[in-house]
Design a protein around this ligand. Structure first.
Ligand code: ADP
Length: 517
């Protein structure tokens, strides 16, 4: 009850010489000292009437804390200065008010003289008459709580930001145990309470990433405060999550590391976009190369046409000059000359076909007989096939129904399948030639199915759909575009193209086309 012995701010109440020596007892001296301490304290010490909490006394700190002079504050009711919301709190004994061993501690807003509210933390005590128990006054010690409250509010704001961040945040003790996770981390990792779950740092990362953290990130963060780099996190039921990770070491005031935190940004989406971009760029690159190749081929074809025509003309000129001569030295030249001219014409034919291939003419659908088309193509590939010890055969019957197709595109489809078949056989090292053959039959009432068989290596993958993906190739110099283009040509005709392994070895590529009516 020491503080109750503080004076009221009434000069009449302070001890006077008239009170005699008896007033200067030890108690009086103690009161004086206490009063002096109260006068000098930065805490505001005040006494209040019990009913309406009027100020009976306030120490000078009141001016510093609230801006009132002593004269102004004495007689004012504390209720006038409470923030309206806090009055209610106080009355309802809400969590901002605590009661312990006869002392109330209360944090609330109090209006300063200039009208703004400041946070105070007060401890108050009821002073009762020891004999009657009657409540005589309230004694209060108040201190400025603004800094604490502001710091708490700032902390709460930061905690809210951390909690709602989409980055995965974890706090990790020096024993590598995870003590806290923010909402995003809890959701991703499927953990409600990391401490309860006994989660350790090693559980959050893939083994390789954890090794990197141990070897590099933790030592760097311990020495320099932070480490930043790429890592892979792991979560149940998910593929490894690529993240950009910031690892921070948090130190106490005496500079000891207390704990670590990790802030991880999920990069899955960014990585997927990057991969897609690279794939797209690769496609553009390939497509550009194909266009360039197409243009080069058509330029070359154009350039070669003229000298070939000239060869044929020269040969014909020589033949005319030899004429009907009986000179055996000249007559033996007839056959080789005919062969030169036939070969040059054939070369011209090959070139014409190449130009047709690269010409961007709109497709022209018409009824096409398959047998002669396949015959032509086989002749076209004969030299390639022979070089590679492959025999190509046309097994299509002459009375097969015609199909509806653009002749040039149909040739492209068949040629690509034939050349692939020949190439697949070439890898088989056999003394007897391998066979590639084409057959066809009618399917249902309105379709024809065409098959290109080979005795080659068989398909390199079990998921045969992969073969038709752009850029899928198992060849060193392959482009992996042939089957993708072939399929789109077949589909543009309303047909289907697929591949199978043959039971006896080798592959068969089948496609359907509409029957001509
Ligand atoms: P490329 O010939 O440039 O590789 P394609 O799209 O024509 O491109 O073929 C893709 C892949 O399909 C080839 O690399 C090969 O692995 C496989 N393939 C195609 N035809 C056959 C076949 N007849 N037998 C076995 N594998 C084949």
């Amino acid at each position: 009850m020491l503080l109750s012995q503080l004076p009221e701010n009434n000069p009449m109440d302070t001890p006077t010489p008239q009170q005699g020596l008896s007033a200067l007892t030890d108690d009086a001296e103690r009161n004086r000292l206490l009063a002096e301490m109260a006068e000098q304290s930065t805490d505001m010490i005040s006494r209040h009437t019990p009913d309406d909490w009027r100020f009976i006394y306030a120490s000078p700190a009141v001016t510093h804390l609230l801006g009132y002079t002593l004269d102004e504050i004495i007689g004012m009711s504390a209720y006038e200065l409470y923030h309206p919301d806090d009055v209610e709190d106080f009355k309802r004994r809400s969590p901002s008010v605590s009661y312990e061993r006869g002392l109330y501690t209360h944090t609330y807003r109090f209006r300063c003289k200039d009208g703004h509210y400041t946070w105070l933390e007060s401890t108050s005590r009821s002073i009762r008459d020891p004999n009657s128990g009657e409540l005589k006054e309230i004694l209060v010690v108040s201190r400025d709580a603004s800094r604490r409250i502001n710091a708490e509010q700032a902390n709460r704001r930061l905690a809210r930001i951390l909690e709602s961040s989409s980055d995965l945040v974890a706090f990790v003790g020096l024993d590598n145990r995870v003590t806290d996770l923010n909402e995003a981390a809890r959701r991703t990792l499927g953990v409600d309470n990391p401490e309860q779950a006994g989660l350790a740092l090693a559980d959050l990362f893939t083994p390789e990433s954890y090794q990197q953290l141990k070897a590099q990130a933790i030592p760097t963060a311990s020495a320099a405060g932070s480490w930043r780099g790429e890592a892979e996190m792991q979560a149940p039921g998910r593929a490894p999550i690529p993240v950009m990770l910031e690892l921070l070491a948090h130190r106490s005031l005496d500079d000891r590391i207390e704990y670590f935190s990790t802030v991880a940004r999920d990069m899955s989406e960014a990585k997927a976009i990057e991969a897609e971009k690279q794939q797209y760029q690769a496609s553009i690159g390939h497509a550009t190369r194909l266009i360039t190749m197409g243009e080069m081929a058509s330029g070359l074809a154009h350039e070669l046409n003229q000298p070939l025509t000239a060869i044929v003309n020269y040969v014909r000129g020589i033949e005319r000059r030899i004429g009907d001569s009986d000179d055996p030295k000249l007559t033996v030249l007839h056959t080789p000359l005919q062969r030169i001219s036939a070969t040059a014409l054939r070369a011209g034919e090959i070139i014409r076909r190449m130009m047709d291939f690269s010409r961007k003419s709109p497709p022209q659908r018409q009824a096409v007989d398959l047998q002669p088309v396949v015959n032509d193509l086989i002749e076209f590939c004969t030299s390639t096939a022979t070089r590679q010890n492959v025999q190509v055969e046309n097994m299509i019957s002459a009375d097969l129904a015609a199909v509806v197709a653009d002749p040039i595109q149909l040739e492209q489809i068949l040629l690509n399948l034939l050349l692939n078949g020949i190439e697949a056989c070439q890898q088989i090292d056999e003394s007897t030639p391998a066979q590639v053959w084409v057959d066809a039959s009618e399917q249902g009432t309105d379709q024809v199915i065409i098959r290109v068989h080979d005795q080659g290596t068989g398909l390199p993958v079990t998921d045969t759909e992969q073969l038709f993906e752009q850029f899928f190739t198992t060849k060193r110099d392959g482009l992996g575009m042939g089957l993708a283009i072939t399929r789109s040509l077949v589909e543009a005709h309303g047909g289907q193209l697929w591949a199978e392994n043959q039971p006896q070895g080798g592959a068969v590529f089948c496609f359907t086309l509409d029957k001509a009516t």
